[in-house]
Design a protein around this ligand. Structure first.
Ligand SMILES: Cc1ncc(COP(=O)(O)O)c(C=O)c1O
Length: 485
């Protein structure tokens, strides 16, 4: 059982590493406790092939009910006539769309990677198995978006069968009304890949009407939606359905992972409940992090356009790969990406996403920050998450990370910053106190806060009052009632 023990240990290590990190990877999602229940239930024990009511194997009574209900929830959040929820990832969902629409030799317009396009939109990805003629999307560097005039000319010339929009670095909404018009003029199908922004669309914040313009909308589910990774394809035209289903089986998978489907349904219902306040806060946090980083002297892109309207912030940075590795060691997770002006093979962009820190919110962020600080035996004195990230990033870039951390040395003092929105539930509260007590058995914790502490304090008020070793220092007069001793 040595290997078993090893794997369990590694898994625990990963859990700990991730829970103590500040996860700014724009394509990560942290699924909720309820969705986790579905993932570790007996649903993954079952084999599930075919459609509800028409499965290849028995034992799917409840799975059928789950799939029907999740399908309704999905179409309520992303209004289109039909949805296929059986793909195991976003890339598979895109393959489903290509299988339904393309014939060899058809022309496809999609964005290149340096313009934010995903690998699966490009001729080196799965598109190549559908033998299309690929034409790169005209791109306007000045607004990090589609160059609509250039596209209009290109479409007149190329008469594409498919136009793929919706990106992996997706800062600003696409001009969908204009794209719809162009597609109607040229008999082109408009595919909107909402993988990155599906949680923001569900939260009615980032072009919430996207599905009303698209002929086909695809999505990965494990990004801003906070579901496990899975794939879905929405469409209105019934004639597409057989070939979308054909892409599931026999092309890509037989078992369609019912546990992921149930977890997805849980994510949908969570989004229905508090998606809008979550999504709005994600965007506020992106802008705030962007501003903070810029104030610290980093080159944040598109300041003139408010930096971003999504969960993603882009920085231009020398030696991004080294920075990503160093930040990883400091427990700050992000990734490098190419920018529009990069030559092939160069990645001068750092992509940060705020969907995770917003979702797990201040609780997690504060804990992560505090744990990191204490682990190093240092005090961290950051007022905002943006300030913290900027300071660390800058220190890293100047090779002064250790020095920087040392300047903040006052062990056992935790200053909790505030960034996030969190629909804090009992599970979140328990986790917070578990972590805090583990680390601070003997010493005081000082929590300080800004305005947004209010709702948080309501949830934690009693618990904070219960613990003598916890002192709350509040800066916000609204929160005086929480002040102890
Ligand atoms: C725009 C876009 N589409 C599709 C995908 C693929 O999703 P998955 O990783 O679930 O296959 C990604 C992943 O990052 C993406 O950014």
């Amino acid at each position: 059982m040595k290997n078993l023990q090893n794997i369990l240990n590694l898994t625990r290590n990963h859990n700990r590493f991730v829970s103590e990190s500040i996860d700014l990877i724009a394509s990560n999602s942290w699924i909720s406790q309820f969705a986790r229940l579905a993932m570790t239930s007996s649903l993954p024990n079952s084999y599930c092939i075919g459609l509800p009511g028409n499965r290849l194997y028995g034992g799917c009574t409840y799975i059928d009910m789950i799939e029907r209900e999740v399908s309704q929830l999905a179409r309520a959040l992303f209004p289109m006539k039909k949805v296929v929820l059986q793909f195991l990832s976003g890339m598979q969902a895109n393959i489903g769309a290509y299988n339904a629409i393309l014939k060899p030799g058809d022309t496809v317009i999609g964005a290149q990677a340096k313009h934010g396009g995903h690998y699966s939109h490009n001729p080196d990805g799965p598109l190549r198995f559908f033998s299309p003629k690929f034409v790169p999307m005209p791109f306007d560097d000045s607004c990090y978006n589609i160059d609509v005039q250039g596209l209009a000319k290109l479409m007149t010339k190329e008469k594409p069968k498919l136009l793929i929009v919706g990106w992996s670095e997706f800062l600003f909404p696409h001009p969908l009304a204009e794209l719809r018009e162009l597609c109607d003029m040229h008999g082109t199908r408009l595919m909107y890949d909402m993988s990155h922004v599906s949680g923001l669309i569900a939260g009615k914040t980032f072009q919430p009407d996207a599905t009303t313009y698209a002929d086909i909308a695809t999505s990965s589910t494990g990004k801003s939606l906070h579901a496990p990774d899975h794939g879905m394809v929405f469409f209105n035209d019934d004639s597409l359905e057989p070939r979308i289903l054909n892409a599931v089986m026999p092309l890509l998978t037989s078992n369609t992972h019912p546990h992921e489907l149930a977890a997805l349904g849980i994510a949908f219902s969570e989004m229905g409940e508090f998606g809008q306040s979550y999504a709005e806060q994600v965007v506020r946090n992106s802008k705030s992090i962007a501003r903070g980083l810029e104030e610290e002297g980093l080159k944040v892109l598109y300041a003139d356009l408010g930096y971003t309207e999504s969960h993603t912030v882009l920085l231009e940075y020398p030696s991004t790969n080294a920075a990503v590795a160093l930040l990883d060691r400091a427990g700050i997770l992000c990734n490098a990406c190419p920018l529009p002006w990069d030559s092939p093979g160069v990645e001068s962009g750092l992509r940060l996403g705020t969907q995770v820190v917003t979702w797990v919110g201040k609780t997690h962020l504060s804990v992560a920050l505090g744990l990191k600080a204490i682990e190093h035996g240092y005090r961290v004195l950051f007022n905002t998450a943006a300030n913290m990230i900027a300071t660390l990033t800058k220190a890293l870039s100047e090779g002064r990370l250790e020095d920087k951390l040392k300047t903040y040395t006052v062990p056992r003092l935790l200053i909790v910053d505030e960034i996030g929105y969190l629909p804090i539930d009992q599970a979140g509260a328990n986790l917070f106190f578990q972590l805090i007590s583990r680390r601070y058995e003997k010493g005081p914790v000082i929590l300080t806060s800004n305005q947004s502490f209010g709702s948080w304090g309501e949830v934690f008020g009693d618990r904070i009052a219960d613990r003598e070793q916890v002192r709350v220092v509040v800066e916000d007069p609204q929160l005086e009632s929480l002040k102890l001793g």
